[in-house]
Ligand binder design. Structure first.
Ligand SMILES: [Cu+2]
Length: 232
């Protein structure tokens, strides 16, 4: 394969990688869509944490107010996850925020931790009518889209559901990650091509570079003792 063909192949491969890097972001977002609205029976709710960084369901509506709610957190993943409701009514956690720090600042209605492959239980006293955001308190999980919304004594606002699916915290992370990957690949490919061109220049025969072939010093390499006389 000639160099031109090889560069052409690399260019095509690079183009595919860049396109995948860009298209991969919205593709991943599909996984962030609302997967179901739970209407829990009086006083209980069940939620599953699953790979990758998701709650199922990720919205709860009409949860009873001012009563004890028993929570079952099933962890279907292999790493620990939490179910943590930020105690701040009617508030969407900004994508740039550190939810762990916010939970320290505002407190949480409930904070349940389940190791991978285990089920954990907890109780909390539900508040008056209003809606709250819940999230996973493990480092980095919120930024990867592990959050949802829960409404007590009412349904979730319609615009909140749309907002959660289309402009949630995970989007920026995916786009930034995809861009970084694409840039690294570009740098590697450019380095490879430039390196090959320099290598080819060094390996090119001297006469094609415009200077004569170097003359070996006399007596080097040594002639074999029984060989014919050297023409020079
Ligand atoms: Cu998690």
């Amino acid at each position: 394969m000639g160099r031109r063909t090889r560069v052409g192949t690399l260019t095509v491969a690079l183009g595919i990688v860049v396109v995948l890097g860009v298209l991969g972001a919205p593709g991943t977002l599909a996984a962030k869509g609302i997967v179901g609205v739970a209407h829990p029976a009086s006083g209980s709710l069940a939620v599953t944490a699953k790979y990758p960084f998701a709650f199922d369901p990720n919205t709860f509506s009409n949860v009873p107010t001012n009563t004890t709610i028993s929570v079952t957190l099933t962890n279907g993943d292999t790493i620990p996850h939490t179910f943590t409701i930020l105690n701040r009514e009617g508030y969407v956690i900004p994508s740039s925020a550190d939810p762990t720090a916010m939970a320290v600042q505002f407190g949480s209605l409930v904070n349940i931790v389940a190791d991978g492959g285990t089920t954990a239980y907890g109780n909390f006293t539900s508040p008056a009518t209003g809606w709250y955001e819940f999230f996973c308190n493990e480092s980095g999980h919120f930024g990867n889209g592990m959050y949802g919304f829960i409404a007590f004594g009412e349904g979730l606002p319609a615009n909140l559901t749309v907002s959660a699916a289309s402009t949630g915290p995970g989007i920026a992370v995916f786009i930034i990650t995809g861009t970084i990957v694409a840039l690294v690949v570009i740098a590697l490919v450019l380095g490879f091509v430039v390196g090959r061109r320099r290598g080819a220049e060094h390996e090119m025969p001297p006469e094609r570079l415009g200077y004569p072939e170097p003359v070996a010093p006399a007596g080097f390499p040594p002639e074999p003792p029984t060989g014919p006389a050297h023409p020079k």
